[in-house]
Design a binder for this molecule. Structure first.
Ligand SMILES: *[C@@H]1O[C@H](CO)[C@@H](O)[C@H](O)[C@H]1NC(C)=O
Ligand SMILES: *[C@@H]1O[C@H](CO)[C@@H](O)[C@H](O)[C@H]1NC(C)=O
Ligand SMILES: *[C@@H]1O[C@H](CO)[C@@H](O)[C@H](O)[C@H]1NC(C)=O
Ligand SMILES: *[C@@H]1O[C@H](CO)[C@@H](O)[C@H](O)[C@H]1NC(C)=O
Ligand SMILES: *[C@@H]1O[C@H](CO)[C@@H](O)[C@H](O)[C@H]1NC(C)=O
Ligand SMILES: *[C@@H]1O[C@H](CO)[C@@H](O)[C@H](O)[C@H]1NC(C)=O
Ligand SMILES: *[C@@H]1O[C@H](CO)[C@@H](O)[C@H](O)[C@H]1NC(C)=O
Ligand SMILES: *[C@@H]1O[C@H](CO)[C@@H](O)[C@H](O)[C@H]1NC(C)=O
Ligand SMILES: *[C@@H]1O[C@H](CO)[C@@H](O)[C@H](O)[C@H]1NC(C)=O
Length: 369
């Protein structure tokens, strides 16, 4: 069985230099000092993955998604490749429902998890060699000393059929549901959670990843868990996510760790409006006709009057301009006439002078009477 694959993945990504795009909260361990507060989801939302995700709410940290009418495809397209999508919002207890198809292939892990900044973790993981199973797992504060918390659950044709994988999480219990059937419960206080100490209990965000565990740099235990080394001749490996519903049981603007215990009663819910919730409930951009209808009759009359007044002013200005143009036209003509007259006079004088000047030399010239 695995020691925390995600913990391992984290260090692997750091080693491979994939950490550059990670946000400040990724680097900050709230159990080791003060970190920025976690943005709250503070609502319930269903995200359909058939079109580009809102980048104010989701962060494609590694790789890219291919959007199809079925959902988003997350693929490993090259040796040692991986993808990682992270929500920018956190829930402080709640529900996460994912409809997904796992990737097929030995050593390939498809995963949709909730994870907090101090590495509390609630997992759905599909190990690519068994397309009839999904694994449930959890971690508290990144403690990977033992790997006895995982569960394996039957899910028919998980690589070709979308199933509804739902985690329910509150301060009393953790539940994993598949297609409406409760498959596993972990109570807050039981041996596996060290009687609450390692129970996941801090604000968590959604992470969707496909990554290879069957590679030489992984531990022997991890490689065994994945079913052996990846066969890179089988590229690409693809998991498809149709949709994710997330419900936050808390409501507020953000979540703050007070002190370094990492226990749920040390989390302060900062009141205010959540930016994620505002983004989700933001009305779609209205058409001009809808905006017009929204104004109401009083406003319509006002606008008509305004338009009429504006029209009146335009007519007045236009009339003034026309008159001015006509006046200017008359004046110009007068000026033109005047100068034409002058030219004519000049020409007559010139002709006269010319005539006189040539009188004696051009004998044939007959002065026109
Ligand atoms: C805790 O923070 C200090 C400095 O802020 C750092 O040197 C140390 O490595 C951190 N420890 C852990 C476990 O993150
Ligand atoms: C995505 O799927 C939802 C639900 O079936 C549907 O309402 C929506 O129109 C789809 N969007 C696209 C871009 O296909
Ligand atoms: C799904 O899994 C089955 C059994 O492992 C396999 O035969 C089939 O090729 C897989 N289908 C896809 C699309 O990966
Ligand atoms: C980590 O877990 C092991 C076994 O589950 C436990 O013995 C140990 O005390 C835990 N460590 C911490 C720091 O909680
Ligand atoms: C896959 O997992 C299911 C459920 O645990 C199990 O019944 C089946 O034997 C496993 N198949 C393989 C190939 O390991
Ligand atoms: C998915 O399963 C959960 C838990 O049983 C349930 O509450 C939810 O309504 C299901 N979703 C759909 C779309 O059926
Ligand atoms: C969890 O708690 C319920 C009662 O709330 C109890 O019936 C069940 O046995 C407990 N499970 C474990 C594993 O302790
Ligand atoms: C993939 O990673 C392994 C170590 O796990 C390394 O030996 C191998 O060279 C890497 N392959 C590529 C193409 O980077
Ligand atoms: C929060 O949102 C509500 C309505 O959505 C609004 O009335 C209120 O002023 C907002 N509060 C703050 C602090 O922005």
């Amino acid at each position: 069985m695995a020691s925390s694959p995600f913990y391992t993945l984290f260090f692997l990504l750091v080693l491979l230099g994939f950490s550059a795009a990670e946000s400040a909260t990724d680097d900050c361990d709230p159990l080791n000092g003060t970190c920025p507060a976690d943005a709250a989801l503070s609502t319930e939302a269903t995200f359909w993955f058939n079109s580009t995700l809102n980048d104010k709410l989701w962060d494609m940290q590694t790789g890219e998604a291919d959007y199809t009418s079925e959902g988003a495809e997350f693929s490993i397209k090259a040796e040692n490749g991986s993808t990682l999508l992270v929500s920018n919002f956190y829930i402080f207890f709640g529900v996460m429902e994912v409809h997904a198809k796992m990737a097929t292939g030995r050593g390939i892990i498809s995963s949709v998890i909730l994870q907090s900044d101090d590495k509390d973790e609630i997992d759905w993981e599909w190990v690519g060699y068994n397309t009839s199973a999904v694994q449930s797992d959890f971690f508290g504060k990144g403690n990977t000393t033992t790997s006895d918390r995982g569960g394996i659950h039957y899910a028919a044709d998980a690589n070709t059929t979308f199933h509804n994988y739902t985690t329910y999480w509150d301060e009393e219990r953790l539940e994993w549901w598949i297609d409406g059937d409760l498959r596993r419960t972990v109570n807050y206080s039981e041996a596996l959670t060290l009687y609450g100490k390692n129970y996941p209990q801090t604000p968590s965000r959604v992470k969707v990843a496909i990554w290879p565990v069957g590679i030489a740099s992984e531990s022997v235990g991890n490689i065994e868990w994945g079913g052996g080394l990846v066969n890179w001749d089988d590229l690409p490996f693809t998991m498809t996510v149709q949709r994710i519903r997330v419900k936050d049981f808390s409501s507020g603007k953000e979540y703050e760790y007070e002190g370094t215990s990492g226990s749920y009663d040390s989390i302060k819910i900062v009141s205010g409006n959540s930016t994620a919730s505002e983004e989700i409930h933001k009305a779609p951009a209205k058409t001009l006709a809808e905006k017009w209808a929204d104004l109401g009759e009083g406003a319509h009359i006002g606008v008509y009057c305004g338009a009429a007044a504006a029209g009146g002013i335009l007519v007045a200005v236009f009339s003034w301009w026309c008159i001015r143009q006509r006046r200017q036209g008359r004046l110009q003509r007068a000026l033109d006439d005047a100068s034409n007259g002058q030219e004519l006079k000049n020409l007559e004088q010139y002709q006269a002078q010319w005539g006189q000047a040539n009188w004696g030399t051009r004998q044939s010239y007959q002065k026109v009477p």
